[in-house]
Design a protein around this ligand. Structure first.
Ligand code: FAD
Ligand code: NAP
Length: 552
């Protein structure tokens, strides 16, 4: 359990040059909890948030159909007993507006907004060796000196806008799912294009199709989607979970992806059972719905042969839903299932049976260009009133690298990560003392229920800050050796899996020019066990430096 007790005001003792102890960048679930923990430690903190309010992902992604695909009783904070007992989720998978209300409720409940500066983007952070402080500059021209910086900037918060010829000259409405307007958007009577068939496209396409006069979906890579079977929550089920919430959370923390303890993975290889038994197991998971589908057998993400059998099961399902065999074939993915993030859908494939929906395959023949009124593929122009870019994110590193971060001796993070991100435990980068990432590359992050990972990282950072101040040290910094070793472990684990086999955003492959490197660490319990072991072993791989003589 974390130490929530206040630490001595070392700032005052040292006569530090810092304005605050901590600058936190971002007011999503990571930034909010970091602020709460910092206050509990008696540290002063300021949060800068580019948006006009809290919520992060759930503030920005307001597209039709946006909702969680981690079950709502699990996708929520566990740190406060009363909060988790009192908050009522309404559906198995919460909608974006409901999650945003939850984030806002948390901000109110813990009076967080008073330390958050909204509509303000952090543009640079520079480490001053002599003062052991970070100088953080915002786009409003403010500069703040802080002892510590926490980058709670989000893994999926930097939108990926495709570089397609003519896009800027297109005169219709252009919307990105990750920067959706706050006012209601109507597609009624419109000719609409959606580019992209990842989770955001798959969630929004059925609802846009219901409104639009005509919807054209431009698909580069088809994706696997498992039905959500969303439904209102049963009050008796919720009461049963709340009666043993801590136990439930603890069980989920021991799951590979930090969720789903009520339907654990089936610890049997796919090909160890006969066809009938395999079909029964896959049917059961399909009817259960959602991400636990990949837990039907224990080798789906490891053995290409096993993966293919399971992938073919989903392709069969697609063929049975979609009326036109040519459209069904085009929608059936050929890459390995799970290699790109599995999607969770409500009526996605069935939407292609509607007479007002057209699928355009842009894999072999990419989108040529935009005209002022439409999109050209294969020499054919289609005209649109609105274009929805469901084209995803510069994931995991995008928002961090948008900030000009310079550490010890002026070293630039953009240069240090030029060939791919390098972190120790996804928490720190050598050369950047007292700077932390939450859910950074090299940690389980996007392969987990991310609120669980956020709480783990924020608790670790808080404990490290308390430890640092109790020990009288001035800074904590990952070593180069520990980081090199950690990066090799992350890559070695990925190489045992099917993950490197497709062009996913996990590998940075969705952003032209981004170095190809598998970024997340696979396996939440293995990760947290290692972090616990390292911490107990006097923070092995981290160096604690004394307070600089000029400061102390
Ligand atoms: P974010 O919520 O991304 O917040 C980061 C904040 O930092 C943003 O508000 C951003 O504006 C701000 N910021 C970034 N850079 C700067 C800067 N330089 N200056 C100032 N502010 C800055 N995860 C799951 O576990 N389950 C799900 O079902 C799930 N569904 C998702 C659905 C969608 C549509 C998306 C996009 C992501 C989903 N995720 C899901 C992942 C989701 O991002 C995390 O669960 C979680 O919300 C991340 O919280 P965060 O605070 O780390 O980051
Ligand atoms: P994404 O998974 O990266 O999908 C982007 C889509 O746009 C892909 O189909 C991609 O094709 C396509 N695309 C990109 N550039 C293109 C171009 N120039 N021409 C044609 N197609 C192009 O992004 P996302 O759907 O926003 O999801 C990102 C992540 O956010 C998810 O994986 C998930 O982690 C999270 N998320 C979760 C939910 C949820 O259900 N809870 C919902 C939304 C998002 P290629 O595949 O060929 O690159």
């Amino acid at each position: 359990m974390s130490d929530h007790g206040p630490v001595a005001d070392v700032n005052a003792l040292r006569g530090s040059a810092a304005d605050v102890d901590l600058v936190i960048v971002g007011a999503g679930f990571a930034g909010l909890y970091m602020l709460h923990r910092a206050r509990g430690l008696g540290l002063t903190a300021r949060v800068f948030e580019a948006g006009t309010d809290v919520g992060g992902t759930w503030y920005w992604n307001r597209y039709p159909g946006a909702r969680c695909d981690t079950e709502s009783v699990e996708y929520s904070y566990s740190f406060d007993h009363d909060l988790q007992q009192e908050w009522e989720w309404s559906e198995r998978y919460a909608t974006q507006p409901e999650i945003l209300r939850y984030a806002s409720h948390v901000a109110d409940r813990f009076e967080l907004r008073r330390d958050i500066t909204f509509s303000t983007r952090v543009v640079s952070a520079r480490f001053g060796e002599a003062s052991t402080t970070w100088s953080i500059t915002t786009d409003a021209g403010e500069t703040v000196a802080a002892r510590f910086v926490v980058l709670a900037t989000g893994s999926l918060s930097s939108t990926n806008r495709p570089d397609i010829d003519g896009l800027d000259g297109y005169t219709g409405r252009v919307l990105h799912t990750g920067e959706w307007p706050h006012e209601p958007v109507s597609f009624t009577g419109e000719r609409v294009a959606v580019i992209g068939t990842g989770s955001s496209g798959i969630q929004s396409i059925p609802l846009i199709a219901e409104q639009a006069e005509r919807l054209t979906v431009f698909q580069r890579t088809p994706n696997y989607a498992i039905p959500a079977h969303n439904r209102p929550l049963d009050p008796d089920d919720v009461a049963a979970i709340k009666a043993r919430y801590d136990e439930f959370r603890a069980a989920n923390r021991r799951m590979t992806a930090a969720f789903g303890s009520r339907l654990p993975g089936n610890d049997v290889p796919t090909l160890a059972v006969d066809d009938e038994e395999r079909r029964t197991m896959l049917d059961r998971r399909w009817e259960h719905g959602g991400l636990p589908f990949l837990g039907a057998f224990n080798d789906i993400l490891l053995d290409p042969a096993a993966n293919e059998v399971v992938a073919e099961y989903v392709r069969d399902r697609i063929r049975s839903i979609v009326d036109d065999p040519a459209v069904a074939d085009a929608l059936a993915p050929t890459n390995r299932i799970g290699c790109k993030r599995l999607c969770v859908d409500t009526d996605y494939y069935a939407t292609f049976n509607r007479s007002n929906v057209e699928l355009v395959d842009v894999n072999d023949e990419p989108i040529e260009r935009f005209t002022t009124t439409g999109i050209v593929v294969g020499g054919v122009e289609r005209e649109f009133d609105s274009v929805v870019l469901a084209t995803g994110f510069d994931a995991m590193t995008g928002s961090v690298l948008k900030i000009d971060i310079r550490g010890r001796d002026g070293c630039e993070l953009r240069e240090v990560w030029a060939h791919g991100p390098r972190t120790y435990l996804g928490l720190q980068v050598p050369g950047f003392p007292n700077l932390f990432t939450v859910n950074g590359p090299g940690s389980p992050s996007v392969l987990t229920n991310m609120i669980v990972s956020i709480e783990h990282h924020v608790d670790w950072i808080s404990d490290a800050l308390a430890h640092l101040d109790r020990s009288g040290a001035g800074s904590i910094e990952a070593t180069v050796e520990a980081t090199d070793h950690w990066v090799s472990i992350v890559n070695a684990i990925a190489d045992f899996t099917i993950f490197p086999s497709c062009n996913s955003w996990y590998l940075g492959a969705n952003v032209p020019g981004k170095p190809r490197q598998f970024m997340p660490f696979l396996g939440f319990p293995a990760y947290t066990d290692q972090v616990a072991d390292i911490t107990a072993d006097a923070y092995r791989g981290f160096e604690f430096h004394p307070v600089h003589p000029d400061t102390g």
